[in-house]
Design a protein around this ligand. Structure first.
Ligand SMILES: Cc1ncc(COP(=O)(O)O)c(C=O)c1O
Length: 394
């Protein structure tokens, strides 16, 4: 006999349950609007690649990809094979470029099977692709990456023209694009020692040489969010945008370049309220001690969910237009608020850790500045213990 309680209602730990302890809320319409805003600002002839790696910067790769398509994105960038296959399995048919290096023949065979374009950084992988494509009897599209000054992936830019020629000689490999990546585009233009201009020059010099040899580069692309917002001169045929698509500026001086709308709200629920006397130590190490009789609220979210422990005692959460301070060490699964001045907060109340409530807003940038990281890392840090739900689901 089946003793499992099977039924139409989701269990309290499942995504469909309406009273989660903590969750990430994603505003798909904001992603669509951001994509449209970015497309509108592109240089003529350029198109938008939505970078949806790392599960769409923590927002959920598939809903983000669908929302970005609706806003005018024409292709996708992922970091890994698995991320590309996930898009295909969800029925997304637009071109997908794998930005990471795939080194094994099986990975490249999988690219061919799922019609994902690998990034090549040298001839070794190009030859693997040729062999696989010849064996399969169909061409394989690839992009070649040039290292113009990031010193990460890509062939040294001096080698670019030679490599393009060699790849173009491979019968079954289609060189669909040539690209590079900017290392310092988020620095104010006077502050990057001219390095972005130098990268641009190097990229241009490869393209010049290809023109002279009458070799097509295919789709040329160079800019990330910062490059895209900084200058149309780096838009080429396509831009690869991550952070800005999610509504955040890669640097304060670029904020005015586009009206973007944050797409993520991080919310959690109060699970306990207690009143303690003055002088009580709160949480591990008693890093906070109450200075008055205090009303403490325990919230069910912690560093195991992606709230950095370094933020202990440095953040507030929003509730009904009020900022409520977090106190004491953030623990693995909970954090504590001093709700003495927020009498309306009760067990079951929902607080906003990131996002907007009324006129108040807390951004990943606010957090990252306080704990010495970058907004990208904050967004990607939210673990899958937190369900991703559409905006307003709670
Ligand atoms: C090669 C490449 N292009 C584009 C991006 C998107 O960058 P951003 O999120 O700054 O727009 C990334 C992200 O790290 C990347 O690695």
């Amino acid at each position: 006999m089946n003793t499992l309680p099977l039924g139409p209602q989701p269990e309290p730990h499942e995504a469909g349950y309406s009273r989660q302890r903590a969750w990430v809320e994603v505003d798909a319409a904001a992603i669509t609007r951001n994509a449209a805003t970015l497309v509108e600002g592109l240089a003529p002839g350029s198109s938008l690649m939505a970078v949806v790696k790392a599960d769409g910067y923590g927002h959920g790769a598939v809903p983000v990809a669908q929302a970005a398509l609706a806003g005018g994105a024409s292709c996708f960038g992922v970091a890994t094979l698995a991320e590309g296959v996930q898009l295909r399995r969800a029925g997304i048919q637009a071109p997908v470029l794998v930005l990471g290096n795939l080194i094994h023949a099986e990975e490249l065979r999988s690219c061919l099977r799922w019609q994902l374009m690998p990034t090549l950084s040298g001839m070794r992988e190009a030859l693997l692709c040729q062999n696989l494509a010849a064996a399969a009897g169909r061409p394989m599209a690839v992009h070649l990456k040039l290292d113009t000054g990031m010193a990460r992936l890509g062939v040294d830019w001096h080698e670019g023209p030679r490599l393009v020629a060699a790849i173009r000689d491979l019968a079954d490999v289609e060189l669909a694009g040539v690209y590079s990546h900017l290392a310092c585009a988020d620095a104010p233009p006077d502050d990057d020692n001219g390095f972005t201009a130098q990268q641009l020059q190097r990229f241009e010099s490869v393209l010049d040489s290809l023109r002279q040899q009458q070799l097509s580069a295919g789709c040329r692309h160079l800019a990330n969010s910062a490059g895209t917002l900084r200058s149309r001169a780096v838009h080429y045929d396509m831009v690869r945008v991550g952070l800005a698509l999610y509504g955040h500026s890669p640097a304060p001086h670029l904020r005015a370049a586009a009206a973007l709308q944050p797409a993520m709200q991080l919310r959690a629920r109060v699970s306990l309220i207690r009143t303690v006397e003055a002088g009580v130590g709160v949480s591990y190490g008693h890093r906070f001690r109450t200075s008055r009789r205090s009303r403490l609220a325990v919230v069910g979210i912690g560093y195991a969910d992606g709230v950095p422990r370094q933020l202990s005692g440095q953040i507030t959460v929003l509730h009904r237009g009020r900022a409520v301070p977090q106190v004491g060490a953030i623990t693995m699964d909970q954090l504590i608020l001093d709700a003495s001045d927020a009498p309306e907060l009760e067990v079951g109340s929902v607080v906003t850790l990131l996002g907007q409530e009324g006129d108040l807003q807390i951004s990943p940038d606010d957090w990252s500045r306080r704990c010495g990281t970058i907004p990208w890392e904050i967004l990607c840090g939210f673990k899958h213990r937190l369900p991703r739900l559409p905006l307003g689901a709670h």
